[in-house]
Design a protein around this ligand. Structure first.
Ligand SMILES: NC(=O)c1ccc[n+]([C@@H]2O[C@H](COP(=O)([O-])OP(=O)(O)OC[C@H]3O[C@@H](n4cnc5c(N)ncnc54)[C@H](O)[C@@H]3O)[C@@H](O)[C@H]2O)c1
Length: 369
């Protein structure tokens, strides 16, 4: 018997290893499972030694069948987006873990199964989180504090960009020959810029809530869709959005920009707040200016594992004392999925799409105007 939190991770890939490492740094008992024995071998022989210097032999590596009914406090679903909800529903039915973390994007743009997941989790008493880790890093926490404490006047517009060439992802997956080999090459499977870089939509929503602007009420989107070599994905997604309070803003995500730009600005009538991931080689940054125009900046040194440690620590503290409003709650993940779906609908129809929040996370909530 152990009192250590028990963590079961689906997917021995990039994110599965990041989160396994984060939980092990907090001495949790970790098992990673995968359908592909080669992925388990890579975890032991390549990913962990390359990233962290050695394989942590306390991590158990198993086939998914072997651990399907094994209980856990936290189940992590770190597999491709089009598999997320089936695994999540299966784990809720089998073991009803206390916490279930599903990687971003939560699902596919057809929103299939989103509402049913919310219902199943509520009935089983499982708390569900969606892995938008950037909402929990120290620079995000400081940006929220500055937004409360440093007056920038009335918010006039909010912009968020996650523009990053996906060469880095393929570099980390050398066994893939290109986008067609993975969900990344298919927007319909949760890839493309709109799915892969949905961090921008999510962080826009995070700061819109922090600034009291409400949810996204309306979306107008233009996507650059590429069809090549059997793949079909958006490489650029540009969204104009209007919040429930009437604030108009911009969200841009792409898989073509290098060097990458991961940036947000809350523009006020008297000043601004800026937030940036990887503002330098090893730091995130927050900047703010008030009416006198003087810019204050604070930087936050970090390594790649530090991008995920606040999420891991948040999940462990949620086991102790669940919060009413987690920044990575299922509710927030569903909000992001609805905006992804609205953007896709707007692109396909060439029309504005209004979101009717009373209809849940379903395609019926998208109203073209
Ligand atoms: N928050 C972040 O910054 C971040 C970073 C990387 C990836 N992600 C997300 O994590 C998810 C996975 O991405 P990745 O880069 O780790 O992918 P990956 O290809 O590196 O790993 C996915 C693994 O899942 C396994 N798998 C597929 N279907 C499965 C199933 N049904 N059951 C068990 N295992 C299965 C595959 O064999 C593979 O080993 C995606 O949703 C991605 O967007 C998030």
């Amino acid at each position: 018997m152990t009192d250590r939190p028990r963590i079961k991770i689906y997917g021995a890939g990039s994110i599965g290893n990041h989160l396994a490492h984060g939980f092990r740094r907090r001495d949790a008992a970790v098992v990673i499972c995968d359908l592909d024995p080669d992925a388990l071998r890579r975890t032991r022989d390549e990913i962990q030694p390359d990233r962290y210097g050695a394989f942590d032999s306390e991590i158990r590596l198993e086939s998914c069948d072997a651990v399907a009914d094994e209980t856990a406090d936290v189940v992590v679903v770190g597999t491709p987006p089009d598999t997320h909800l089936a695994i999540a529903r299966d784990q809720i039915a089998r073991i009803a873990p206390r916490a279930l973390v599903i990687e971003k994007p939560l699902a596919t743009p057809d929103l299939e199964g989103c509402q049913a997941l919310a219902t199943a989790a509520r009935e089983a008493g499982t708390r569900v989180y969606v892995g938008y880790n950037h909402t929990l890093t120290p620079h995000t926490v400081r940006a929220e504090q500055w937004l409360r404490e440093r007056p920038i006047g009335a918010v006039t517009t909010l912009s968020a960009l996650f523009r990053e060439h996906w060469g880095g992802i393929f570099g980390a997956h050398p066994w893939l020959s290109g986008p067609k080999d993975t969900y990344l090459g298919f927007t319909s499977r949760g890839g493309g810029a709109i799915g892969e870089h949905s961090h921008a939509i999510n962080i826009w929503q995070h700061f819109a809530h922090a600034a009291g602007l409400g949810r996204v009420a309306e979306v107008s989107a233009m996507l650059d869709v590429v069809e090549a070599d059997g793949a079909r994905y958006d490489r650029v997604a540009q969204l104009s959005v209007r919040s429930e309070s009437g604030c108009v803003g911009t969200i841009v995500q792409d898989v073509v920009t290098r060097p990458a730009l991961k940036w947000l600005r809350v523009q006020g009538s008297d000043g601004f707040l800026e937030w940036e991931v990887n503002a330098g080689p090893s730091h995130d940054a927050v900047r703010s200016a008030a009416a006198d125009g003087e810019v204050a900046e604070e930087t936050f040194e970090k390594t790649r594992p530090d991008d995920f440690q606040p999420e891991v620590d948040h999940l462990l503290s949620e086991l102790e004392a669940p919060s009413d409003a987690s920044p990575i709650s299922l509710e927030r993940g569903l909000e992001t999925m609805l905006v992804v779906a609205a953007a896709w609908r707007s692109h396909e129809t060439g029309r504005n799409v209004r979101i009717d929040w009373d209809r849940g996370c379903t395609l019926e909530a998208l109203v073209s105007s």
